[in-house]
Design a protein around this ligand. Structure first.
Ligand code: HEC
Length: 169
């Protein structure tokens, strides 16, 4: 019988010393591996994507997208591309939040922003980058951010932002 972690009589003895018979031990291992990757931070998919996750993701997304714009302005396309890819990864995780709450308008803005980040990535992946086209994609991305913020975001009174409470009565 294959045993993925260890094999042989020694391992068998070790297992019985720990009181873990083979199969339940394997099931336990599988269970632990399937636990939500909370400790992994913001990159992982969340089984439940809370308001705190949204806040944390947006807070790191902001500087990354600002970095895309700054790198584009400086003509540093390698950095712009790297940050666009990172931004896309971060933003994509937030879709769960809006799906769970059945907010189709938010999902639509999110898609526009994600498509814009993809298009920007492609535009920056060629030998001779079309600066105007790249700038237009950056603009499209920002418009999608702004559209969602206008409906779902409000100042938290402490210099930051929070989910707009009136949008979730
Ligand atoms: C589908 C809706 C939606 C989209 C799209 C969206 N955001 Fe947000 N964003 C929010 C909401 C809601 C908040 C308030 C949540 C919070 O900060 O607690 C927020 C908060 C923020 C914050 C403030 C974080 C803080 O608390 O200081 C930043 C920065 C931010 N977003 C950047 C962006 C950028 C950049 C984009 C586009 C690439 C973007 N967001 C796209 C919904 C969205």
């Amino acid at each position: 019988m294959p045993w993925p972690l260890s094999s042989g009589a020694g391992a068998e003895a070790a297992r019985s010393r720990r009181g873990l018979p083979g199969l339940p031990g394997l099931a336990l291992t599988a269970f632990v591996l399937l636990l939500p990757p909370v400790a992994a931070g913001r990159q992982g998919p969340y089984p439940i994507f809370t308001e705190a996750h949204l806040d944390a993701t947006m807070t790191t997304l902001g500087p990354n997208v600002a970095g895309v714009r700054a790198a584009l302005a400086a003509g540093d396309y390698a950095t712009a591309k790297e940050r666009a890819i990172r931004s896309r990864e971060q933003l994509a995780t937030t879709i769960t939040f809006w799906r769970d709450r059945d907010r189709q308008d938010a999902v639509a803005w999110l898609r526009v922003a994600l498509n814009g980040l993809d298009a920007l990535d492609t535009a920056l992946s060629v030998e001779s980058v079309d600066a105007a086209a790249a700038a237009a994609f950056a603009e499209q991305i920002t418009e999608a951010c702004t559209a969602c913020h206008a409906v779902y975001r409000e100042p938290d009174g402490d210099g930051g932002y929070r989910l707009k409470s009136s949008a979730f009565p």
